[in-house]
Design a protein around this ligand. Structure first.
Ligand code: NBP
Length: 462
Protein backbone atom coordinates (compact mmCIF):
# COMPACT_ATOMS: atom_id res chain seq x y z
CA UNK A 1 0.00 0.00 0.00
CA UNK A 2 1.12 3.56 -0.65
CA UNK A 3 1.80 5.84 2.31
CA UNK A 4 0.99 9.12 0.60
CA UNK A 5 -0.95 10.21 -2.48
CA UNK A 6 -0.18 13.41 -4.37
CA UNK A 7 -2.45 15.18 -6.84
CA UNK A 8 -1.15 17.86 -9.23
CA UNK A 9 1.99 17.28 -11.24
CA UNK A 10 3.18 20.75 -12.21
CA UNK A 11 6.63 21.82 -11.04
CA UNK A 12 5.91 21.80 -7.28
CA UNK A 13 3.96 18.54 -7.25
CA UNK A 14 6.55 16.65 -9.29
CA UNK A 15 9.40 17.71 -7.06
CA UNK A 16 7.53 17.06 -3.84
CA UNK A 17 6.50 13.58 -5.03
CA UNK A 18 10.13 12.80 -5.87
CA UNK A 19 11.19 14.09 -2.46
CA UNK A 20 8.75 11.70 -0.68
CA UNK A 21 9.87 8.77 -2.84
CA UNK A 22 13.57 9.57 -2.41
CA UNK A 23 13.11 9.26 1.39
CA UNK A 24 11.70 5.76 0.95
CA UNK A 25 8.06 6.83 1.39
CA UNK A 26 5.77 4.90 -0.94
CA UNK A 27 4.09 7.57 -3.04
CA UNK A 28 1.33 7.44 -5.63
CA UNK A 29 0.53 10.37 -7.93
CA UNK A 30 -2.46 11.50 -9.99
CA UNK A 31 -2.90 14.38 -12.41
CA UNK A 32 -6.00 15.67 -14.20
CA UNK A 33 -4.15 15.45 -17.52
CA UNK A 34 -3.10 11.81 -17.53
CA UNK A 35 -0.36 12.26 -20.14
CA UNK A 36 1.57 14.44 -17.69
CA UNK A 37 1.42 11.71 -15.03
CA UNK A 38 2.56 9.08 -17.55
CA UNK A 39 5.51 11.19 -18.69
CA UNK A 40 6.50 11.86 -15.09
CA UNK A 41 6.31 8.20 -14.09
CA UNK A 42 8.20 7.14 -17.23
CA UNK A 43 11.05 9.40 -16.15
CA UNK A 44 10.99 9.15 -12.37
CA UNK A 45 8.78 6.17 -11.46
CA UNK A 46 10.19 3.30 -9.41
CA UNK A 47 9.64 1.14 -6.38
CA UNK A 48 8.48 4.08 -4.25
CA UNK A 49 6.82 6.18 -6.95
CA UNK A 50 3.87 5.06 -9.04
CA UNK A 51 1.01 6.73 -10.88
CA UNK A 52 -2.71 6.13 -11.31
CA UNK A 53 -4.89 7.48 -14.08
CA UNK A 54 -8.19 7.08 -12.17
CA UNK A 55 -9.07 8.71 -8.85
CA UNK A 56 -10.79 5.62 -7.51
CA UNK A 57 -7.75 3.36 -8.00
CA UNK A 58 -5.50 6.17 -6.78
CA UNK A 59 -7.44 6.41 -3.49
CA UNK A 60 -7.75 2.63 -3.08
CA UNK A 61 -3.99 2.22 -3.42
CA UNK A 62 -3.44 4.21 -0.19
CA UNK A 63 -3.17 2.87 3.37
CA UNK A 64 -5.75 4.19 5.85
CA UNK A 65 -6.26 6.80 7.09
CA UNK A 66 -5.43 8.04 3.61
CA UNK A 67 -3.14 10.99 3.33
CA UNK A 68 -3.61 12.91 0.08
CA UNK A 69 -1.63 16.03 -0.64
CA UNK A 70 -2.97 18.49 -3.23
CA UNK A 71 -0.43 20.49 -5.27
CA UNK A 72 -2.84 22.15 -7.68
CA UNK A 73 -3.41 25.79 -8.53
CA UNK A 74 -4.79 27.74 -5.57
CA UNK A 75 -8.48 28.70 -5.87
CA UNK A 76 -11.18 26.82 -7.78
CA UNK A 77 -8.90 23.91 -8.70
CA UNK A 78 -8.59 22.95 -5.01
CA UNK A 79 -12.39 22.83 -4.60
CA UNK A 80 -12.75 20.90 -7.87
CA UNK A 81 -10.23 18.27 -6.78
CA UNK A 82 -11.78 17.93 -3.30
CA UNK A 83 -15.25 17.45 -4.86
CA UNK A 84 -13.98 14.75 -7.16
CA UNK A 85 -12.19 12.97 -4.31
CA UNK A 86 -15.10 12.93 -1.85
CA UNK A 87 -17.03 9.94 -3.25
CA UNK A 88 -13.92 7.78 -2.84
CA UNK A 89 -12.90 8.75 0.71
CA UNK A 90 -13.71 7.09 4.03
CA UNK A 91 -14.11 8.49 7.53
CA UNK A 92 -10.86 9.80 9.01
CA UNK A 93 -9.03 10.28 5.69
CA UNK A 94 -6.79 13.33 5.55
CA UNK A 95 -6.54 15.85 2.71
CA UNK A 96 -3.56 18.21 2.81
CA UNK A 97 -3.60 21.32 0.63
CA UNK A 98 0.06 22.16 -0.05
CA UNK A 99 -0.65 25.08 -2.39
CA UNK A 100 -0.68 28.79 -1.65
CA UNK A 101 -4.37 28.88 -0.71
CA UNK A 102 -5.83 31.91 1.01
CA UNK A 103 -6.45 30.95 4.63
CA UNK A 104 -10.19 31.87 4.70
CA UNK A 105 -10.64 29.26 1.92
CA UNK A 106 -8.72 26.75 4.04
CA UNK A 107 -10.99 27.48 6.98
CA UNK A 108 -14.11 26.99 4.84
CA UNK A 109 -12.81 23.73 3.37
CA UNK A 110 -11.81 22.44 6.78
CA UNK A 111 -15.31 23.07 8.15
CA UNK A 112 -17.02 21.50 5.12
CA UNK A 113 -14.86 18.39 5.35
CA UNK A 114 -15.12 18.10 9.14
CA UNK A 115 -18.91 17.92 8.73
CA UNK A 116 -18.30 14.81 6.59
CA UNK A 117 -15.81 13.37 9.10
CA UNK A 118 -12.76 13.96 6.93
CA UNK A 119 -9.68 15.90 8.06
CA UNK A 120 -8.31 18.86 6.17
CA UNK A 121 -4.88 20.41 6.65
CA UNK A 122 -3.69 23.64 5.07
CA UNK A 123 0.06 23.30 4.68
CA UNK A 124 2.20 26.26 3.64
CA UNK A 125 5.19 25.07 1.61
CA UNK A 126 8.12 27.37 0.92
CA UNK A 127 11.25 26.86 -1.09
CA UNK A 128 10.17 26.79 -4.72
CA UNK A 129 10.94 23.78 -6.88
CA UNK A 130 14.42 23.25 -5.44
CA UNK A 131 13.03 23.20 -1.89
CA UNK A 132 10.20 20.88 -2.88
CA UNK A 133 12.74 18.35 -4.18
CA UNK A 134 15.49 18.62 -1.58
CA UNK A 135 13.70 19.88 1.51
CA UNK A 136 11.12 22.64 1.90
CA UNK A 137 10.00 24.53 4.97
CA UNK A 138 6.58 23.14 5.86
CA UNK A 139 3.84 24.96 7.77
CA UNK A 140 0.92 22.59 8.41
CA UNK A 141 -2.17 23.81 10.26
CA UNK A 142 -5.38 21.98 11.10
CA UNK A 143 -6.81 19.45 13.60
CA UNK A 144 -4.04 18.48 16.01
CA UNK A 145 -4.81 14.78 15.57
CA UNK A 146 -4.52 14.93 11.79
CA UNK A 147 -1.41 17.13 11.79
CA UNK A 148 0.28 14.81 14.31
CA UNK A 149 -0.61 11.92 12.03
CA UNK A 150 1.19 13.37 8.99
CA UNK A 151 4.05 15.02 10.91
CA UNK A 152 6.41 11.97 10.78
CA UNK A 153 6.14 11.93 6.97
CA UNK A 154 6.62 15.69 6.68
CA UNK A 155 9.63 15.56 9.03
CA UNK A 156 11.35 13.20 6.61
CA UNK A 157 11.00 15.46 3.55
CA UNK A 158 11.57 18.82 5.29
CA UNK A 159 14.70 20.96 5.14
CA UNK A 160 16.92 21.11 8.25
CA UNK A 161 17.18 24.06 10.64
CA UNK A 162 20.56 25.39 11.85
CA UNK A 163 20.69 22.66 14.52
CA UNK A 164 19.71 19.85 12.19
CA UNK A 165 16.03 19.66 13.23
CA UNK A 166 13.29 19.31 10.61
CA UNK A 167 11.84 22.58 9.28
CA UNK A 168 8.27 21.63 10.09
CA UNK A 169 6.07 22.15 13.11
CA UNK A 170 2.41 21.87 13.96
CA UNK A 171 1.66 25.56 13.43
CA UNK A 172 -1.79 25.48 15.00
CA UNK A 173 -5.43 24.79 14.23
CA UNK A 174 -7.71 25.96 11.46
CA UNK A 175 -6.15 28.01 8.62
CA UNK A 176 -3.09 28.95 10.68
CA UNK A 177 -0.63 27.05 8.43
CA UNK A 178 -1.67 28.91 5.31
CA UNK A 179 -1.88 32.13 7.34
CA UNK A 180 1.77 32.01 8.43
CA UNK A 181 2.84 31.04 4.90
CA UNK A 182 0.99 34.14 3.65
CA UNK A 183 2.84 36.35 6.18
CA UNK A 184 6.14 34.62 5.32
CA UNK A 185 5.55 35.73 1.72
CA UNK A 186 4.78 39.28 2.87
CA UNK A 187 8.15 39.39 4.68
CA UNK A 188 9.76 37.94 1.53
CA UNK A 189 8.33 40.85 -0.52
CA UNK A 190 9.87 43.38 1.89
CA UNK A 191 13.28 41.68 2.04
CA UNK A 192 13.50 41.59 -1.76
CA UNK A 193 12.37 45.22 -2.00
CA UNK A 194 15.02 46.62 0.36
CA UNK A 195 17.74 44.52 -1.32
CA UNK A 196 16.59 45.91 -4.69
CA UNK A 197 16.83 49.45 -3.29
CA UNK A 198 20.40 48.84 -2.08
CA UNK A 199 21.27 47.47 -5.54
CA UNK A 200 19.64 50.53 -7.15
CA UNK A 201 21.68 52.97 -5.01
CA UNK A 202 24.93 51.13 -5.71
CA UNK A 203 24.18 50.89 -9.46
CA UNK A 204 23.42 54.62 -9.55
CA UNK A 205 26.94 55.21 -8.16
CA UNK A 206 28.24 53.63 -11.37
CA UNK A 207 29.14 50.26 -9.83
CA UNK A 208 28.92 47.41 -12.36
CA UNK A 209 26.76 44.37 -11.47
CA UNK A 210 29.77 42.14 -10.57
CA UNK A 211 31.05 44.87 -8.22
CA UNK A 212 27.64 44.97 -6.52
CA UNK A 213 27.74 41.16 -6.42
CA UNK A 214 30.95 41.50 -4.41
CA UNK A 215 29.21 43.86 -1.98
CA UNK A 216 26.35 41.40 -1.48
CA UNK A 217 28.83 38.53 -1.12
CA UNK A 218 30.49 40.51 1.68
CA UNK A 219 27.11 41.12 3.35
CA UNK A 220 26.47 37.41 3.14
CA UNK A 221 29.38 36.86 5.54
CA UNK A 222 27.80 39.10 8.19
CA UNK A 223 24.47 39.77 9.90
CA UNK A 224 22.64 39.77 6.55
CA UNK A 225 23.73 36.20 5.71
CA UNK A 226 20.73 34.66 3.96
CA UNK A 227 19.54 32.79 0.91
CA UNK A 228 18.27 35.95 -0.82
CA UNK A 229 21.51 37.91 -0.28
CA UNK A 230 23.49 34.95 -1.60
CA UNK A 231 21.14 34.69 -4.60
CA UNK A 232 21.55 38.44 -5.19
CA UNK A 233 25.27 37.88 -5.85
CA UNK A 234 24.47 35.06 -8.25
CA UNK A 235 21.99 37.02 -10.36
CA UNK A 236 24.28 40.07 -10.52
CA UNK A 237 27.16 38.00 -11.95
CA UNK A 238 25.16 36.44 -14.77
CA UNK A 239 26.41 37.53 -18.19
CA UNK A 240 23.80 38.30 -20.85
CA UNK A 241 23.66 35.21 -23.05
CA UNK A 242 22.00 37.21 -25.85
CA UNK A 243 24.35 40.16 -26.04
CA UNK A 244 27.07 42.08 -24.23
CA UNK A 245 27.02 42.99 -20.56
CA UNK A 246 25.00 41.54 -17.71
CA UNK A 247 21.57 39.97 -17.81
CA UNK A 248 20.29 42.06 -14.88
CA UNK A 249 20.62 45.22 -17.02
CA UNK A 250 18.36 43.72 -19.72
CA UNK A 251 15.50 42.61 -17.47
CA UNK A 252 12.31 44.72 -17.58
CA UNK A 253 11.87 46.57 -14.27
CA UNK A 254 8.30 45.39 -13.64
CA UNK A 255 7.79 42.81 -10.88
CA UNK A 256 4.91 40.35 -10.91
CA UNK A 257 2.88 39.21 -7.94
CA UNK A 258 0.52 36.34 -7.32
CA UNK A 259 -1.38 37.85 -4.40
CA UNK A 260 0.11 36.63 -1.12
CA UNK A 261 1.81 39.98 -0.41
CA UNK A 262 -1.42 41.84 -1.06
CA UNK A 263 -3.40 39.39 1.12
CA UNK A 264 -0.92 40.01 3.95
CA UNK A 265 -1.38 43.78 3.76
CA UNK A 266 -5.18 43.56 3.50
CA UNK A 267 -5.27 41.21 6.48
CA UNK A 268 -3.02 43.50 8.52
CA UNK A 269 -5.26 46.49 7.73
CA UNK A 270 -8.34 44.53 8.73
CA UNK A 271 -6.79 43.55 12.06
CA UNK A 272 -5.40 47.03 12.72
CA UNK A 273 -1.76 45.99 12.47
CA UNK A 274 0.55 48.57 10.84
CA UNK A 275 3.02 47.11 8.37
CA UNK A 276 4.53 50.01 6.47
CA UNK A 277 7.61 48.15 5.19
CA UNK A 278 5.66 45.21 3.75
CA UNK A 279 2.98 47.57 2.39
CA UNK A 280 5.68 49.68 0.69
CA UNK A 281 7.01 46.52 -0.95
CA UNK A 282 3.57 45.61 -2.32
CA UNK A 283 3.02 49.22 -3.47
CA UNK A 284 6.44 49.22 -5.15
CA UNK A 285 5.46 46.18 -7.20
CA UNK A 286 2.26 47.96 -8.25
CA UNK A 287 4.24 51.05 -9.34
CA UNK A 288 6.82 48.84 -11.06
CA UNK A 289 4.11 47.37 -13.27
CA UNK A 290 3.09 50.87 -14.49
CA UNK A 291 6.13 51.13 -16.71
CA UNK A 292 4.61 53.08 -19.59
CA UNK A 293 3.21 55.73 -17.28
CA UNK A 294 6.50 56.00 -15.37
CA UNK A 295 8.33 56.68 -18.61
CA UNK A 296 5.78 59.33 -19.62
CA UNK A 297 6.01 61.03 -16.23
CA UNK A 298 9.78 61.01 -16.17
CA UNK A 299 9.72 62.84 -19.51
CA UNK A 300 7.07 65.29 -18.27
CA UNK A 301 8.58 66.06 -14.86
CA UNK A 302 12.25 65.51 -15.71
CA UNK A 303 13.39 65.34 -12.07
CA UNK A 304 17.09 66.01 -11.51
CA UNK A 305 18.99 62.95 -10.35
CA UNK A 306 22.57 62.64 -9.21
CA UNK A 307 24.80 59.83 -7.98
CA UNK A 308 24.18 58.78 -4.37
CA UNK A 309 27.06 58.54 -1.92
CA UNK A 310 25.99 55.90 0.62
CA UNK A 311 28.77 53.44 1.36
CA UNK A 312 28.18 49.70 1.23
CA UNK A 313 28.84 49.65 4.99
CA UNK A 314 26.06 52.19 5.68
CA UNK A 315 23.70 50.40 3.35
CA UNK A 316 24.39 47.04 4.97
CA UNK A 317 23.30 48.41 8.34
CA UNK A 318 20.32 50.24 6.83
CA UNK A 319 19.13 47.12 4.99
CA UNK A 320 19.56 44.98 8.12
CA UNK A 321 17.41 47.33 10.17
CA UNK A 322 14.74 47.52 7.46
CA UNK A 323 14.61 43.72 7.33
CA UNK A 324 14.24 43.66 11.11
CA UNK A 325 11.32 46.10 10.79
CA UNK A 326 9.70 43.84 8.16
CA UNK A 327 10.07 40.78 10.41
CA UNK A 328 8.64 42.76 13.30
CA UNK A 329 5.61 43.70 11.19
CA UNK A 330 5.08 40.12 10.01
CA UNK A 331 5.40 38.59 13.47
CA UNK A 332 3.12 41.27 14.90
CA UNK A 333 0.42 40.29 12.43
CA UNK A 334 0.91 36.63 13.38
CA UNK A 335 0.66 37.46 17.12
CA UNK A 336 -2.47 39.53 16.62
CA UNK A 337 -4.15 36.90 14.46
CA UNK A 338 -3.16 34.15 16.91
CA UNK A 339 -4.80 36.08 19.73
CA UNK A 340 -7.94 36.95 17.76
CA UNK A 341 -8.38 33.47 16.32
CA UNK A 342 -7.23 31.59 19.45
CA UNK A 343 -4.47 29.81 17.51
CA UNK A 344 -1.57 29.76 20.03
CA UNK A 345 1.22 30.08 17.46
CA UNK A 346 4.77 29.68 18.79
CA UNK A 347 6.80 32.49 17.20
CA UNK A 348 10.10 30.94 18.23
CA UNK A 349 9.15 27.73 16.40
CA UNK A 350 8.30 29.72 13.27
CA UNK A 351 11.70 31.42 13.38
CA UNK A 352 13.18 27.91 13.63
CA UNK A 353 11.29 26.28 10.75
CA UNK A 354 12.11 29.24 8.47
CA UNK A 355 15.85 28.56 8.91
CA UNK A 356 16.00 25.99 6.13
CA UNK A 357 14.33 25.37 2.79
CA UNK A 358 12.34 28.56 2.57
CA UNK A 359 13.03 31.71 0.60
CA UNK A 360 13.52 33.96 3.66
CA UNK A 361 15.97 31.60 5.38
CA UNK A 362 18.57 33.75 7.08
CA UNK A 363 21.07 33.78 9.94
CA UNK A 364 18.94 36.45 11.58
CA UNK A 365 16.35 33.76 12.34
CA UNK A 366 18.61 32.13 14.95
CA UNK A 367 18.62 35.39 16.84
CA UNK A 368 14.83 35.74 16.44
CA UNK A 369 14.28 32.14 17.59
CA UNK A 370 16.26 32.84 20.77
CA UNK A 371 14.68 36.26 21.36
CA UNK A 372 11.14 34.90 21.08
CA UNK A 373 12.00 31.92 23.28
CA UNK A 374 13.33 34.25 26.00
CA UNK A 375 10.49 36.76 25.72
CA UNK A 376 7.20 34.96 25.60
CA UNK A 377 5.09 38.08 25.13
CA UNK A 378 2.90 39.37 22.35
CA UNK A 379 4.96 42.56 22.20
CA UNK A 380 6.41 43.47 18.80
CA UNK A 381 9.82 42.16 17.93
CA UNK A 382 11.34 45.65 18.02
CA UNK A 383 10.23 45.95 21.66
CA UNK A 384 12.36 43.01 22.80
CA UNK A 385 15.46 44.16 24.71
CA UNK A 386 18.03 42.48 22.42
CA UNK A 387 16.41 44.08 19.37
CA UNK A 388 16.11 47.57 20.88
CA UNK A 389 19.92 47.76 21.02
CA UNK A 390 20.15 46.84 17.35
CA UNK A 391 17.58 49.50 16.43
CA UNK A 392 19.56 52.10 18.38
CA UNK A 393 22.80 51.15 16.62
CA UNK A 394 21.27 50.97 13.13
CA UNK A 395 19.07 54.08 13.10
CA UNK A 396 21.80 56.60 12.12
CA UNK A 397 22.76 54.45 9.13
CA UNK A 398 19.15 54.00 8.00
CA UNK A 399 18.52 57.73 8.35
CA UNK A 400 21.74 58.54 6.48
CA UNK A 401 20.94 56.22 3.57
CA UNK A 402 17.52 57.74 3.16
CA UNK A 403 18.81 61.31 3.32
CA UNK A 404 21.30 60.36 0.62
CA UNK A 405 18.65 58.68 -1.58
CA UNK A 406 16.20 61.57 -1.15
CA UNK A 407 18.89 64.16 -1.91
CA UNK A 408 19.77 62.55 -5.24
CA UNK A 409 16.21 61.56 -6.16
CA UNK A 410 16.31 57.78 -5.96
CA UNK A 411 13.18 56.18 -4.52
CA UNK A 412 13.75 53.84 -1.58
CA UNK A 413 10.18 53.16 -0.41
CA UNK A 414 11.01 50.04 1.61
CA UNK A 415 13.90 51.60 3.51
CA UNK A 416 11.93 54.81 4.07
CA UNK A 417 8.84 52.98 5.29
CA UNK A 418 10.95 50.92 7.68
CA UNK A 419 12.54 54.10 9.02
CA UNK A 420 9.14 55.75 9.53
CA UNK A 421 7.92 52.63 11.33
CA UNK A 422 10.90 52.74 13.69
CA UNK A 423 10.83 56.52 14.17
CA UNK A 424 7.13 56.49 15.04
CA UNK A 425 7.41 53.56 17.41
CA UNK A 426 10.42 54.97 19.26
CA UNK A 427 8.92 58.43 19.86
CA UNK A 428 6.84 58.71 23.02
CA UNK A 429 5.07 61.97 22.11
CA UNK A 430 3.81 62.01 18.53
CA UNK A 431 1.56 64.43 16.65
CA UNK A 432 -1.85 62.83 17.13
CA UNK A 433 -2.78 65.46 19.76
CA UNK A 434 -3.10 67.80 16.77
CA UNK A 435 -5.40 65.34 14.97
CA UNK A 436 -7.51 64.93 18.11
CA UNK A 437 -7.80 68.73 18.31
CA UNK A 438 -9.05 68.92 14.73
CA UNK A 439 -11.45 66.00 15.21
CA UNK A 440 -12.94 67.54 18.30
CA UNK A 441 -13.19 70.95 16.60
CA UNK A 442 -15.06 69.72 13.53
CA UNK A 443 -16.97 66.76 14.91
CA UNK A 444 -17.00 66.93 18.74
CA UNK A 445 -15.11 63.59 18.78
CA UNK A 446 -13.70 64.47 22.26
CA UNK A 447 -10.13 63.99 23.52
CA UNK A 448 -8.21 62.95 26.60
CA UNK A 449 -5.80 65.19 28.54
CA UNK A 450 -2.27 64.39 29.67
CA UNK A 451 -2.76 66.03 33.07
CA UNK A 452 -6.11 64.66 34.27
CA UNK A 453 -8.37 61.63 33.66
CA UNK A 454 -11.65 61.80 31.75
CA UNK A 455 -12.99 62.67 28.35
CA UNK A 456 -13.11 66.31 27.22
CA UNK A 457 -14.66 68.47 24.57
CA UNK A 458 -13.66 72.09 23.97
CA UNK A 459 -15.54 75.05 22.48
CA UNK A 460 -12.71 75.75 20.05
CA UNK A 461 -13.97 78.99 18.54
CA UNK A 462 -14.49 80.70 21.87
P1 NBP B 1 0.18 25.41 -10.68
O1 NBP B 1 -0.25 26.38 -9.64
O2 NBP B 1 0.58 25.92 -12.00
O3 NBP B 1 -1.01 24.33 -10.90
C1 NBP B 1 -0.94 23.37 -11.90
C2 NBP B 1 -1.56 22.06 -11.46
O4 NBP B 1 -2.93 22.27 -11.10
C3 NBP B 1 -1.56 21.02 -12.58
O5 NBP B 1 -1.31 19.75 -12.04
C4 NBP B 1 -2.99 21.11 -13.11
O6 NBP B 1 -3.42 19.95 -13.76
C5 NBP B 1 -3.73 21.32 -11.82
N1 NBP B 1 -5.12 21.78 -12.01
C6 NBP B 1 -5.58 22.99 -12.42
BR1 NBP B 1 -4.54 24.40 -12.99
N2 NBP B 1 -6.91 23.05 -12.44
C7 NBP B 1 -7.32 21.85 -12.02
C8 NBP B 1 -8.61 21.29 -11.84
N3 NBP B 1 -9.71 22.01 -12.04
N4 NBP B 1 -8.68 20.01 -11.43
C9 NBP B 1 -7.55 19.30 -11.22
N5 NBP B 1 -6.30 19.78 -11.37
C10 NBP B 1 -6.20 21.04 -11.77
O7 NBP B 1 1.35 24.43 -10.12
P2 NBP B 1 2.65 24.77 -9.25
O8 NBP B 1 3.38 25.97 -9.75
O9 NBP B 1 3.37 23.48 -9.16
O10 NBP B 1 2.07 25.15 -7.83
C11 NBP B 1 1.23 24.29 -7.08
C12 NBP B 1 0.79 25.01 -5.82
O11 NBP B 1 1.97 25.31 -5.03
C13 NBP B 1 0.13 26.38 -6.08
O12 NBP B 1 -0.85 26.62 -5.12
C14 NBP B 1 1.27 27.36 -5.91
O13 NBP B 1 0.81 28.66 -5.56
C15 NBP B 1 2.05 26.71 -4.77
N6 NBP B 1 3.46 27.06 -4.69
C16 NBP B 1 4.19 27.22 -5.80
C17 NBP B 1 5.53 27.56 -5.70
C18 NBP B 1 6.39 27.69 -6.91
O14 NBP B 1 7.57 28.05 -6.76
N7 NBP B 1 5.87 27.43 -8.11
C19 NBP B 1 6.12 27.71 -4.43
C20 NBP B 1 5.35 27.50 -3.30
C21 NBP B 1 4.01 27.18 -3.44
P3 NBP B 1 -3.27 19.79 -15.36
O15 NBP B 1 -1.88 19.30 -15.57
O16 NBP B 1 -4.30 18.81 -15.73
O17 NBP B 1 -3.50 21.16 -15.97
Amino acid sequence: MNQIGLIGLAVMGQNLARNFANRGIKTVVYNRTTAKMEEFIAEFGGENLSGESGLETFVRSLERPRKIILMVQAGKAVDAVIDSLLPHLQTGDIIIDGGNSHYPDTRRRKEDLAAREFHFIGCGISGGEEGALNGPSLMPGGDKLAVDNILPLLQQIAARDFNGGPCVTNVGPDGSGHFVKMVHNGIEYAVMQVLAEAYDLLRAQGKEPPQIAEVFAGWNQGKLASFLVELASTILRKADDQGDGYLIDRIVDAAGQKGTGRWTVVDAMTRGVAMPTITAAVDARIFSAQRGLRTELEDAVAPAREAPESTPEDLEKAVYLAILAAYSEGFQLISTAAEEEDWEIDRSELARIWQGGCIIRAELLTFLQESFAKNDTSKPLIALPQIAQQVQAGLPHLRGSIIDAATVGIPVPGLAAALMHLEQMTRARGSANFIQGLRDAFGAHTFQRLDRPGTFHAEWSE
